[in-house]
Design a protein around this ligand. Sequence first.
Ligand code: PMP
Length: 417
Amino acid sequence: MNQPQRFITAPAVAFDLAAIQADFPILREPVRGGRLAYLDNGATTQKPEVVLQSLDGYYRHQNANVHRAVHDLAERATTAYEGARDRIAAFFKATREEIVFTRGTTEAINLVAYSFLEPRLQPGDEILLTGMEHHSNIVPWQLVAARRGAKVIAAPVTDSGEVDLAAWRALLSPRTKMVAIVQVSNTLGTINPVAEMIAEAHARGIPVLVDGAQAIAHLAVDVTTLDADFYACSAHKAYGPTGFGVLYAKREHLEAMTPWQGGGDMIRTVSFEGSTWNDVPYKFEAGTPDISGAIGFATALEFITRLGIDAIAAHEHRLLEEGTRRLGGIEGLRIIGTAPHKGAIISFVMDCAHPQDIGTILDQDGVAVRTGHHCTMPLMQRFNVPATVRASMAVYNDSTDLEQLERSLYKVRRLFA
Ligand code: PMP
């Protein structure tokens, strides 16, 4: 076969894809003089009209610094900002005290590493990761481990791209002081059985952080049912703005932790003799926050809720199946990450061309994908590839995007094979 295949993806549930697409103005943006097929959602998603309007509306009608003034605009800004915390807490079915605002997943994990884990670490202790973690869920642990003489270890990944659970289990020991797991791998798409893993770690008294960066926009997340001690995510991968994210943490942990950054807002009293801390979650939020980020994220989460996470997941699953079939028909193309339980991410290599060259050809055809190590260098070593091409889907993608990708990959073969 050397032609794109024809697929008709009939929605299983009421799902007005055309209306959803119309809601994302950037999808109408011509690129390289043609139609954009945006398949780089693992890196960041595009933003719907409601989110754009919430950001614009905040700066037009509410902008002032929060928490510290009595004037009308400051009250409006504070109400909108703290209202966003309630809206975000509602999405996660958590309480507002458990929602710490951060710059994103990366900062949330660093906060836990420095503020929660470091004071508890002794020489010889271990932090157990998996072989498919993003650098953001590796390096912060390495930094605190080095300061304490502790060690980061990782469970192996199988050929299909799943955590080897038996090996992971065997690595849990009295030395393990923290477990950190990615919920959905940004490179492989694998959905990890985090609920089961959390229960197993807890049975041994080990706290768990879940990296939910690739999860919240794609599958139902209820952090309280999961029983995660910590859950980190970024707004920009879930239709919200960049530079904003959330750390969910169990209140008892937040109460016991000391702040990791000092500054305005996180204090109750300050004198030159010493300072006392604000209540949770504020004691972890030093300085003027990203006010519009919080409002934009709350709006984005409500956008997800309105569409329905199950309908989103079903649509993306159809795209995953269709994309896997289309790419599976291309000679010399190998998909990396074939777990049965996967999100809509397809990483692949081709025997005829380097991922960088493939990405360049795809770009000429308006197909936006990511090429490289995807901040998962240990996974590249595991699969013995220098890099992959990654197509990652979101709610607004459709068969036309996948056909555009497939067509362009045939061109790669014609040019390089
Ligand atoms: N973890 C995973 C699984 C990710 O995909 C990413 C972003 N690529 C991160 C963590 C880091 O997110 P951010 O850069 O928004 O902090």
